[in-house]
Design a protein around this ligand. Structure first.
Ligand code: GAL
Length: 365
């Protein structure tokens, strides 16, 4: 692979840094590290606005660097067009492999044709790229399990299995253009639906279908606005007891709306609120007794698997996968390596996040 790619890499090498620096704005700055063996990996991440993706980017770069590869890391400002042009630039710069966390999972077909024509292997990182043959491997977590962990937490905290209820719940889902969204939602609804059917859980807003509850670009303020509208229109003197939230940024947006409505003080306790990613502001919120739970995904492991896959491809070996049929992207089954997520709340937070080395005790103060 190194030899096949070397000529293109050399040709494009001179313009590569200039292109990276000139094509990228503040949120999309490319960073490049020296290589000991001549291969360069282009890494396209979605946004710097969310902490987890910073950890992902840094971890992938560190792992590849340790294996002796050069890297070019770009962030796409959560804008699909920016991401497409960044990937085009990386291809022109002669990268030897691409690791991509898509912003819009259907917007990359054109640019991935260019990658295929240049024989650049593509790893779909955390979010599956849809509708194209030109994606070689997928690395992610068991995304349905993420949703099941969130729902299970709500069920336990409310005591639904002990027959308690009825309770009011509101449902939030992720970005409609992210393939993970439906996996999280389906996983959660698999466990929640029976309680909706038996009316032990009531969605006062009546917004229960995935299309009614998505949050474009996983944006916290968008979720906050929707929650405010729901409280104003559907609650009156009633209170909401639980909120299914798929991601920490959404959870914090929902929390703002609830606090502005008087929750968390006096006679209105905050509802059970789930989340995902164990982002620092949410972990602090859990410690403060506001957000209830998050789903921790050790993205250092995710980055490690992606780096191993690239390393195997460069060495003409078959990358290690543990799933061949779980993820069909509409064009093919994409061989995948899926990691396991962990539910975290106040009780196990120190053990999982601090003892596990994800945060120091000082960072959580
Ligand atoms: C998803 C990812 C989640 C969360 C979300 C928002 O694709 O699986 O862990 O990070 O994006 O960034």
């Amino acid at each position: 692979m190194r030899n096949r790619r070397a000529a293109l890499a050399t040709l494009a090498g001179v313009v590569s840094l200039a292109l990276t620096l000139s094509a990228c704005g503040q949120d999309s700055k490319g960073s490049s590290e020296g290589s000991s063996n001549g291969s360069t990996v282009g890494i396209a991440m979605p946004t710097q606005a969310s902490e987890r993706w910073l950890t992902d980017g840094k971890s992938v770069v560190d792992d590849l660097k340790q294996k002796g590869y050069a890297t070019k890391l770009v962030y796409g400002k959560d804008d699909p067009k920016t991401q497409v042009s960044q990937i085009e630039d990386l291809i022109k710069q002669g990268v030897d492999a691409l690791i991509i966390a898509a912003i819009d999972n259907k917007s990359l077909n054109g640019v991935l044709k260019q990658a295929a024509a240049a024989k650049i292997p593509v790893i779909s990182y955390d979010r599956l790229i849809l509708g194209t043959e030109n994606v070689d491997y997928y690395v992610s977590f068991d995304n349905e399990q993420v949703g099941r962990l969130q729902a299970h937490y709500i069920i336990e905290e409310l005591g639904l299995e002990d027959g308690k209820g009825p309770f009011n719940i509101e449902l939030f889902a992720g970005s409609p253009d992210d393939n993970n969204t439906k996996y999280f939602f389906d996983g959660a609804m698999h466990l929640l639906q029976p309680y909706l059917d038996s009316k032990k859980l009531v969605v006062r807003s009546d917004q229960t279908g995935l299309n009614d509850v998505t949050t474009l670009r996983w944006d916290g303020p968008t979720a906050e606005k929707r929650m405010k509208g729901i409280l104003a229109e559907s609650y009156g003197n009633r209170t909401v007891d639980a909120v299914l939230s798929p991601y920490d940024g959404i959870s914090l947006g929902v929390l703002s709306a609830l606090k502005a409505d008087g929750y968390g003080s006096g006679s209105k306790p905050l509802p059970v609120i789930t989340g995902q990613d164990a982002e620092l502001p949410s972990v602090k919120s859990i410690i403060a007794g506001q957000q209830s739970q998050t789903v921790y995904k050790d993205v250092r492991l995710l980055a490690g698997v992606a780096a191993e896959m690239v390393d195997a491809i460069f060495k003409d070996k078959t990358p290690r996968v543990n799933s061949r049929r779980a993820y069909n992207n509409g064009a093919k089954y994409v061989p995948a390596f899926l990691l396991q997520p962990t539910s975290v709340d106040k009780k196990n937070l120190d053990y999982v996040l601090v003892a596990g080395g994800y945060y120091t005790a000082d960072e959580l103060k």
